[in-house]
Design a protein around this ligand. Structure first.
Ligand SMILES: Nc1ncnc2c1ncn2[C@@H]1O[C@H](COP(=O)(O)OP(=O)(O)OP(=O)(O)O)[C@@H](O)[C@H]1O
Ligand SMILES: [Mg+2]
Length: 323
């Protein structure tokens, strides 16, 4: 677990905010969807990226796959900076880097049968002859918990849970090294969620695939992750192994997030967040959490804290902790 499979360094993505006349005039300001995020992913591990809606989780995940072009920063995969590759240079790496979306159905051709949809990534990567591909498709159908007769069905003939299993199968069929799972079970009911998560983790271990698991649901992230990164307003505010993060929660935002878990440290005072999530524009000063933090001081309102390691593997960005 020493050399990272993927290194994200100082990733930044801003979007322009226009005035009432739209693009007729230059943007009024910019909002930082991702502001200076750095994190490492190791072979075969599950890294859970958690945070509330709009904090930049998907933007971070999509940048890895080249679906979002970051403004600055590096994403190093086996020494290659993915942000600098052309589409042609990126193509061979698609075999190693895959994605599962929350709404798999909308990313599939509705007129293709499941068999063809699963064979497609193998054809694109030039893998196997038709008979070998057919065998591989039948094998992966079984592995993800779908039946052989699904081979001839269309995507709209599957249930929501089955469609997500299909999404996982499409990602796994070419033996990738890393899968970005963006809220893959969020739209499903709790019992189906845990069945699919169990399938995913079993296959991940068998195939030694790293997962970047994106979710706003801390319960799901806790269940599946080896390490967790907590994001707030485009910023990574805390990162640690799952056990350490729950035993020794440091950042006030992480504490507030964990307060929503029914059995989380019953004796600890509940921290509830008040106020709206502010916009992280160019003018915003200080710690990203200061507008909602119950402990914010003058320093927090002026200077942004840096993510700093406070004990081995546990990093936090908070002036009150990194004195
Ligand atoms: N193409 C875009 N143009 C303008 N703003 C965008 C664009 N894509 C994302 N954003 C903004 O960037 C911020 C981060 O979005 P992102 O989708 O990464 O959040 P998220 O953490 O995945 O949220 P959710 O949990 O709701 O999926 C949001 O405020 C969003 O409105
Ligand atoms: Mg998202």
């Amino acid at each position: 677990m020493n050399t990272p499979l993927l290194e994200i360094k100082h990733l930044q993505k801003r979007y322009p905010i226009y005035g009432p006349l739209g693009k007729l005039f230059p943007p009024k300001t910019h909002m930082k969807a991702v502001a200076d995020v750095s994190l490492n992913l190791y072979e075969g591990e599950t890294y859970g990226l958690v945070g509330e809606s709009g904090c930049g989780k998907s933007t971070t995940g999509r940048s890895i796959l080249g679906l979002v072009k970051p403004d600055s920063g590096e994403i190093l995969y086996r020494g290659k900076d993915l942000t600098k590759l052309s589409d042609k240079e990126f193509r061979p790496l698609r075999r190693d880097l895959q994605m599962v979306f929350q709404d798999t159905l909308s990313s599939l051709n509705p007129r293709s049968r499941i068999g063809a949809l699963l064979e497609e990534p193998l054809i694109v990567q030039g893998m196997g002859n038709p008979e070998e591909r057919r065998q591989k498709v039948l094998e992966i159908l079984k592995m993800v918990g779908l039946a052989e007769d699904h081979y001839f069905r269309y995507p709209h003939e599957l249930s929501g849970g089955q469609v997500q299993r299909l999404g996982i199968a499409r990602a796994l069929i070419i033996n990738p090294k890393l899968i970005v799972c963006d809220e893959p079970v969020s739209a499903l009911d709790v019992s189906i969620q845990s069945q699919i998560l169990n399938t995913l983790t079993t296959l991940q271990k068998e195939m030694n695939v790293a997962l970047l698991f994106i979710s706003h649901d801390i319960g799901v992230v806790r269940y599946i992750s080896d390490r967790i990164g907590v994001m707030y307003l485009g910023t990574l505010v805390e990162e640690s192994s799952t056990d350490e993060l729950f035993a020794n929660t440091l950042h006030p935002y992480t504490k507030a997030l964990f307060s929503s878990i029914p059995d989380f440290k019953k004796k600890e005072k509940k921290v509830s967040l008040s106020g709206e999530l502010p916009q992280y524009t160019d003018e915003f000063k200080g710690c990203v959490f200061h507008t909602r933090c119950p402990h914010a001081c003058d320093r927090c309102r002026e200077i942004a804290p840096v993510l700093t390691e406070v004990c081995p593997g546990h990093k936090v960005a908070c002036h009150l902790i990194n004195q």
